[in-house]
Design a binder for this molecule. Structure first.
Ligand SMILES: [Zn+2]
Length: 240
């Protein structure tokens, strides 16, 4: 009896360990040369919560949209991509100043990656004690890497005051980041740094700006429903 109990305890602790730190990143193919990277954090201090970023494979190296949620997982992603493609990450764009977007910036910098964020994002990151990008842009910017176009767009305040989205015109992928909520949640999430009143207007601007959106990736959880997530986010932001 005691033996069974001990065996059960060992199994249980192994299970718990698999669910907590150190976290393991994963990746999912989205379309063409575009993939989602998924890392984990502990926003409530106990339950692991997933965060989405993108990586895009080009003939001139790999582009990252947002870093994994900590440095260990950033190292895992660098190792995975090196092994899988024999290519380096050459560029990373962070879509707002929170650590689920920026935690790996220093580590990427150290590894020769050109890291970018908006001027506002870097200012807020500095204030909040978060990692900052090496380079900044002041207005919406188009990056061209290895034949792939990456467009940044600042639609206004929402989840945070600095949240931007990233549009990939060739594959019609909209990376919404934390401005956009997954259909899996009805919660506004962490809004202390945001502007809930402006949030719906900012999402409306995104919907007007980009036509024929095929994929929408939110900052957290699943991305089923694609453009339905825009309306869903507006409903959440307007809810009591
Ligand atoms: Zn977030």
């Amino acid at each position: 009896m005691r033996f069974i109990l001990i065996a059960a305890l060992i199994c249980f602790s192994a299970y718990v360990k698999a669910q907590t730190q150190p976290f393991r990143i994963s990746t999912k193919h989205l379309t063409n040369n575009v993939y989602v990277h998924i890392s984990y954090g502990l926003p409530d201090g106990k339950s692991p919560f997933p965060a989405n970023g993108l990586y895009i494979v080009t003939k001139a190296g790999i582009i990252l949209i947002d870093t994994p949620w900590d440095e260990d997982q950033t190292q895992q992603l660098m190792d995975t991509l090196q092994k899988r493609y024999h290519q380096k990450i050459v560029l990373c764009i962070a879509t707002h100043f929170h650590s689920d977007r920026t935690a790996g910036l220093d580590m990427l910098k150290k590894n020769g990656v050109k890291t970018y964020a908006s001027k506002l994002t870097n200012t807020l990151a500095k204030k909040g004690g978060n990692k900052q990008a090496e380079f900044t842009f002041n207005r919406d910017t188009v990056f061209n890497v290895g034949g792939v176009s990456i467009q940044t767009y600042y639609p206004g305040e929402g989840h945070t005051k600095d949240n931007i989205v990233v549009w990939l015109p060739q594959t019609r992928v909209l990376f919404g980041g934390c401005l956009i909520k997954s259909l899996e949640t009805n919660s506004k999430g962490f809004t202390d740094d945001g502007n809930i009143a402006e949030w719906p207007n900012s999402v409306e601007r995104v919907g007007k700006r980009f036509k024929n959106i095929k994929y929408v990736i939110p900052g957290h959880q699943g991305w089923q429903g694609d453009t339905m997530q825009l309306r869903h986010t507006i409903n959440i932001a307007k809810s009591k």
